[in-house]
Design a protein around this ligand. Structure first.
Ligand code: URA
Length: 209
């Protein structure tokens, strides 16, 4: 059974407060989103296995731990997920990147996949699906479906702000997935915005509103 991890770090809380502020403009919003994503990725990767290797320091030979050939992939959900990507790649520059694009069907209001390009051999990778906002859970569930259908070894979902409704939906549809978030907010409004939230993450990242 997957778990829900709600981060409790003062730096994350501080950055999230700045993100929530309606007067934070796109440049600062992008920087903060990447910084927060990097801090979160640091915690999310705590369980990466290490192996002891023999190395030569300038003084002597010694055994020292390094990451055990772990293959990692990061999968932003287009478009707001892209806002978290660079921060994560700064920590893990060797990670491969996949993309999932979804649009909302005007009749059913359910997300429909229009684009999915993943790194090769996903079945040998640990994948991290990212999207700043986990609102209804529809996009997250559809993106996880899209990735799972291509075959994966392990999959985690990371967002900045989650609504209780979104967490419940992902846990119902994908009970094996761990969810990582910097905050769980109060509720969704009638337009499926998270309250108090931070508004439309994509629009605030790219200044499209
Ligand atoms: N997507 C957003 O960008 N913001 C919300 O509040 C909900 C979904």
């Amino acid at each position: 059974m997957g778990e829900v991890f709600i981060f409790d770090h003062p730096l994350m809380k501080h950055k999230l407060t700045l993100l929530r502020d309606k007067d934070t403009g796109p440049k600062e919003f992008r920087e903060l989103t990447n910084e927060l994503a990097m801090l979160m990725a640091y915690e999310v990767t705590r369980d990466i296995p290490l192996e002891e290797v023999e190395i030569e320091t300038p003084l002597t030979s010694t055994k020292s731990p390094r990451i055990a050939g772990k293959k990692i992939g990061v999968v932003p959900i287009l478009r707001a997920g892209l806002g978290m990507l660079d921060g994560i790649l700064q920590l893990m520059p060797a990670a491969r990147v996949g993309h999932v694009g979804l649009y909302r069907d005007p009749d059913t209001l359910e997300p429909v996949e229009y684009y999915c390009k993943l790194p090769p051999d996903t079945e040998n990778r640990d994948l991290l699906v990212i999207d700043p906002m986990l609102a209804t859970g529809g996009s997250a569930t559809a993106a996880i479906d899209a990735v799972k259908s291509r075959g994966v070894r392990s999959l985690k979902f990371m967002c900045l702000v989650a609504a209780p409704e979104g967490i419940e939906r992902v846990r119902e549809d994908h009970e094996d997935i761990d969810i990582y978030t910097a905050a769980v907010d109060d509720h969704l409004d009638d337009h499926a915005y998270i309250v108090p939230g931070l508004g439309d993450a994509g629009d605030r990242l790219y200044g499209t509103k």
